[in-house]
Write a protein that binds this ligand. Structure first.
Ligand code: SAM
Length: 287
């Protein structure tokens, strides 16, 4: 296939020597905020697509594969998560999945760019699906790294739903940020992170794992598949103060999943357990 002309297409060039093109059937929004360039367009295959600085962040078509695995794996592994922290997640999809758990009492969401929240409510309403009106949600507009450094109250689950380590997202991939996360977790607490596509971004995972190894008694990653995050399976970082979460039995996960009453399209207890089985090329990035 020849490279389409740029008219009428978004061409994502996040990775060297590789591009991903998505036809723009209709552009809904395109504007710069103080932090990044926001763009939302309609695509025949993925539905509405959000890009930040030209990089695909989330699409209506496949967002469930990402949000379900980054939210339900730690919460169901923990088993008694009451207080959850989401760093990033401006489109609202992560908070939506977290607060589908009626067992979660409180979700703090720290998003640096109010513009992402505001226009997601208007142009991507299916993603947040009303979560911004949930009384259990506390939306904080701030830099996630600065927030964590100043925070002292603990969380059972911390979810880093950030952009890639470029621009405002860069501080969310530092040792000091991960150190504050470790400090803020409860004794059985779990940190999970968006860690890119290891075939395309091996250094991103390698560096995070190098930090996790020194901070967490139990550390590693698990995998999900998000077609619009091109280049193969996506790694989700895992760091916990105890091994209980990772070792939870399938039978227990099934009970917790049934009790939560979730209707999911990607997550199942079996997929949860299998997601931690890593292909050799990914496991090699953890060694
Ligand atoms: N699913 C996407 C992915 O895997 O790349 C992430 C989507 S979500 C839209 C990413 C969010 O992180 C954006 O809303 C962005 O504004 C936010 N963000 C980036 N840097 C941040 C920071 N330092 N503190 C808080 N939020 C940040």
């Amino acid at each position: 296939m020849t490279m389409p002309d740029r008219d009428g297409w978004t061409v994502e060039t996040l990775h060297d020597n590789y591009a991903q093109a998505l036809r723009e059937d209709r552009v809904f929004y395109d504007s710069e905020t103080d932090h990044q360039r926001l763009r939302v367009f309609e695509n025949g295959r993925f539905g509405r697509v959000l890009t930040l600085d030209g990089v695909v962040q989330t699409t209506e078509g496949d967002e469930f594969m990402y949000h379900e695995m980054l939210a339900h794996v730690p919460i169901l592994a923990h088993g008694a998560a009451k207080r959850v922290l989401v760093i990033g997640g401006g489109d609202g999809g992560m908070a939506r999945e977290v607060l589908r758990h009626t067992s979660v009492d409180h979700c703090t969401m720290v998003e640096i760019d109010a513009g992402v929240v505001d226009f997601s409510k208007e142009y991507l309403p299916a993603l947040s699906d009303g979560v911004f009106d949930d009384p259990r949600l506390d939306l904080v507009i701030a830099d996630g790294a600065a927030f964590m450094a100043e925070k002292h109250e603990p969380f059972d689950v911390i979810i880093v739903d950030s952009t890639d380590p470029i621009g405002p997202g860069e501080v969310l991939f530092t040792d000091s940020f991960y150190g504050h996360a470790a400090r803020l977790l409860t004794p059985d607490g779990i940190l999970v992170t968006q860690n890119g596509v290891p075939f395309m971004q091996p250094d991103e995972l390698r560096q995070t794992m190098r930090a996790f190894r020194t901070l967490f008694p139990d550390w590693g990653c698990y995998l999900t598949h998000v077609p619009s995050y091109a280049g193969g399976p996506m790694a989700l970082g895992w760091g916990s103060m105890s091994v209980k979460g990772r070792d939870v039995d399938l039978a227990v996960l099934k009970q917790r999943f049934a009790a939560a009453g979730l209707q999911t399209r990607y997550y199942t207890p079996e997929v949860h357990k299998a997601a931690f089985a890593l292909p050799a090329y990914v496991a090699a990035l953890l060694s």
